[in-house]
Design a protein around this ligand. Structure first.
Ligand code: ZN
Ligand code: ZN
Length: 372
């Protein structure tokens, strides 16, 4: 793994150098973790020519010594801009880059004041977070664990999903199971929505109970070793209203069309379009308002973006979601979301949870059963 961090640091340095910067400032936790292995919440990285620093405060001194390799550790005792100025004084740096998307205007101003007369502090055009879009083998292993832990948790609570159960009860049970797994935590606040509430793509769990002929949408994930999974399934209690059954079928078709379009070299926007066309042709185009998918890794939402305005090109090693959805106000919504690993010869769906929509409790009618 040590070699991986060295390689990542080299790629980050190159990104800055290609734009004429001698040094790079990294301030956000996911990128800091990616480049150094540091798992704490407060750390910074300064990559200069031939020299690199990891900066944290005294709370993390011991942890940094254990986790960080290949970077010299500097402990922050006063103000950050002053320490940055001091570290830069030992290097020959006239232009220092930062990621404009990740630093506040106030922080930029205070660092610029500290560096006045010594170095320009300017935004990088390239994306630091974009470095993370292609995953190495260890990252894919962590993502697979995050998916399998999410699935294990779902199987463990599946029996709870019966008529009368509240959204909140299911969300709580799922969160507990995600923590009980040998992973870090839930990846994000779990979405559980029944009936018409499922038409809200980001519904917060409420006290609403699952009724007869109702549907329940669950969007959940696990975080393992810092890496996130993100999945969505919909369960039907009994025979759902005909239109809900119909949109469930359309969403599955859209998902299939997306998987057919995913290959190395494909434009992410074209994959979004392939799925969207199926939903539009079925007459539901206006009810699929969000992008088809997003990269997952050290963040739940990261590069690439699978959406109409995306300029991302899919590459082997990328891991992202595919999540077509149709949301009918007042009636209900259906979304099916999986994590996809793009390999050299095509996409692999990580995980094995069935996508069928019948209640898992065994009381369910029909031939499709969730727990295999
Ligand atoms: Zn999701
Ligand atoms: Zn998602």
């Amino acid at each position: 793994m040590a070699a991986a961090y060295k390689e990542r640091i080299n790629r980050a340095r190159k990104l800055a150098r290609d734009e004429g910067f001698e040094a790079l400032w990294v301030n956000d936790a996911p990128n800091v973790r990616y480049l150094s292995g540091f798992t704490g919440s407060s750390g910074y990285i300064l990559l200069g020519p031939g020299k690199g620093y990891f900066i944290t405060d005294s709370r993390y001194e011991l942890q940094a010594a254990q986790e960080v390799r290949d970077l010299e550790i500097a402990i922050l005792r006063g103000r950050l801009p002053a320490l940055l100025k001091q570290l830069l004084s030992g290097m020959n740096v006239s232009r220092l880059a930062f990621s404009g998307a990740l630093l506040s205007f106030d922080e930029v101003q205070s660092i610029r004041r500290a560096l006045r007369g010594t170095a320009a502090f300017q935004p990088l055009q390239g994306s630091l977070s974009g470095l993370r879009a292609v995953k190495d083998a260890e990252e894919v292993t962590a993502l697979r664990r995050a998916v399998s832990n999410a699935e294990r948790a779902m199987r463990a609570v599946a029996g709870l999903v019966r008529p009368g159960v509240t959204e909140m009860r299911v969300a709580e049970a799922l969160a507990c199971e995600l923590i009980r797994g040998a992973c870090d935590d839930a990846a994000f606040n779990i979405i559980v929505a029944c009936g018409p509430r499922s038409a809200l793509p980001h519904a917060t769990p409420s006290g609403r109970r699952l009724g007869r002929r109702d549907l329940m949408l669950l969007d959940w994930g696990a975080r393992c070793g810092g890496y996130h999974s993100d999945m969505t399934r919909v369960f039907f209690e009994g025979e759902p209203a005909a239109e809900l059954r119909k949109i469930h079928g359309v969403v599955l078709e859209a998902r299939e069309a997306a998987l057919q379009a995913i290959r190395p070299g494909a434009a992410a926007a074209d994959v979004d379009a392939a799925a969207r066309r199926v939903i539009e042709d079925a007459g539901y185009g206006e009810h699929f308002g969000h992008a088809l998918g997003h990269g997952v890794g050290l963040e739940v939402h990261e590069a690439p973006v699978l959406g109409g305005a995306s300029r991302d090109i899919l590459k082997p090693g990328m891991v992202f979601t595919v999540e077509p959805g149709i949301y009918l106000p007042g009636k209900g919504g259906v979304r099916i979301e999986d994590v996809i690993h793009l390999e050299g010869d095509g996409p692999r769906v990580l995980g094995r949870l069935p996508r069928s929509g019948v209640l898992p409790s065994g009381a369910g009618r029909g031939s499709e059963v969730m727990v295999e």
